[in-house]
Write a protein that binds this ligand. Structure first.
Ligand SMILES: [Zn+2]
Length: 122
């Protein structure tokens, strides 16, 4: 459950941003977040943690919208790019290239964790 720690970090960043802009934190309505697949975040858990942390921090109306960014890899051998979707279940997923078979993947997406926007009520 590293979502609770992450949630606390997000709230700290949001609070700092609101303070910088001189906006009352109780006016916060929505925060949009992009979380890469590689971050192994359970969006529902993060959302839950954010709601608890934001309420505790005095932001009763804040909603959190989390978008998952797919894992993207590029073959180090032929340059083929692919979005990986992890198979359901415990099945190990292969990152070997489907075109040339080389097992030299470079991760080009899916490790991001960004706060995209912070919305406040007038
Ligand atoms: Zn390849």
């Amino acid at each position: 459950m590293h979502e609770m720690g992450l949630a606390a970090n997000v709230i700290d960043i949001v609070l700092a941003e609101l303070e910088k802009r001189n906006i009352d934190k109780s006016r916060l309505t929505a925060v949009k977040i992009t979380a890469g697949k590689m971050m192994q975040i359970v969006p529902e858990s993060l959302k839950f943690g954010l709601e608890i942390a934001s309420r505790a921090a005095g932001m009763p109306k804040a909603e959190f919208i989390i978008t998952e960014a797919p894992l993207k890899i590029r073959c180090g051998s032929c340059g083929r790019e692919e979005c990986m979707r992890r198979a359901s279940g415990a099945e190990e997923f292969s990152m070997a290239c489907k075109k040339c078979g080389a097992n030299t993947p470079q991760i080009t997406g899916g490790r991001e964790f960004t706060i995209d926007s912070i919305d406040v009520a007038d």
